[in-house]
Design a protein around this ligand. Structure first.
Ligand SMILES: CC(C)(COP(=O)(O)OP(=O)(O)OC[C@H]1O[C@@H](n2cnc3c(N)ncnc32)[C@H](O)[C@@H]1OP(=O)(O)O)[C@@H](O)C(=O)NCCC(=O)NCCS
Length: 170
């Protein structure tokens, strides 16, 4: 599925995109404040997690084709939990605050329904990542639980993490 809004296009990740996507993911995960991936993760480990294991991976591109962000979608559980999907989103620092994540999340919800998923779950939204928490709430996700000290923040130590959930197909 490819879609455009204003000057931003969201399309499936192509192998040649990885050279741009990896540095964005690498610096994001090295910060150790938003995702549980080890800050020391190798490129091969992150390629496996972001591109090979998910059901699909997308990039958001600006008017000139430059990559602004990326997301993956996969089943959150196997078997009888496989109708609930899980996504991860990262936006390049210079492109943040322009609605890229909002567009990617809306795209991912349409994509999820097209792939047969009935709901979307985020397993570990770091409570101190206030922008992300607020954004997902604006997009209809509810905090269904808070895991005490479940995230080892690189700067802050053990902080809470939220499980967030949205039903897509009633
Ligand atoms: C969290 C993250 C994905 C948000 O991406 P983003 O593209 O900056 O998000 P958006 O621009 O869609 O929304 C952020 C804010 O910009 C606002 N915004 C949306 N469109 C806008 C526009 N056209 N112009 C200005 N601001 C806009 C949104 O309302 C939102 O405001 P809020 O913070 O008051 O809620 C990004 O900061 C990121 O990649 N962080 C590191 C990884 C991460 O935390 N991922 C999520 C893990 S759960």
């Amino acid at each position: 599925m490819t879609s455009s809004s204003a000057s931003i296009t969201i399309r499936p990740l192509e192998p040649a995109d990885w050279a741009t996507v990896w540095p964005i993911l690498h610096s994001t995960f090295q910060a150790g404040d938003t995702y549980a991936f080890s800050p020391d993760s190798t490129e091969a480990e992150i390629h496996k997690a972001w591109v090979e294991l998910p059901a699909a991976t997308f990039v958001a591109c600006g008017a000139g084709g430059e990559i602004l962000g990326t997301y993956f979608i996969k089943a959150n559980q196997a078997g009888l939990g496989a109708h609930v999907c899980n996504c991860g989103y990262v936006v390049a620092p210079a492109a943040q605050g322009q609605g890229v994540a909002s567009l990617m999340c809306e795209h991912s919800q349409r994509q999820a329904v097209a792939m047969g998923f009935r709901a979307m779950q985020f397993n570990l939204v770091v409570a101190t990542n206030e922008r992300a928490v607020r954004l997902w709430q604006h997009l209809g996700f509810a905090i269904v639980g808070t895991l005490p000290g479940a995230f080892r923040h690189r700067a802050l130590g053990y902080v809470d993490a939220h499980v967030m959930f949205k039903t897509l197909v009633a």
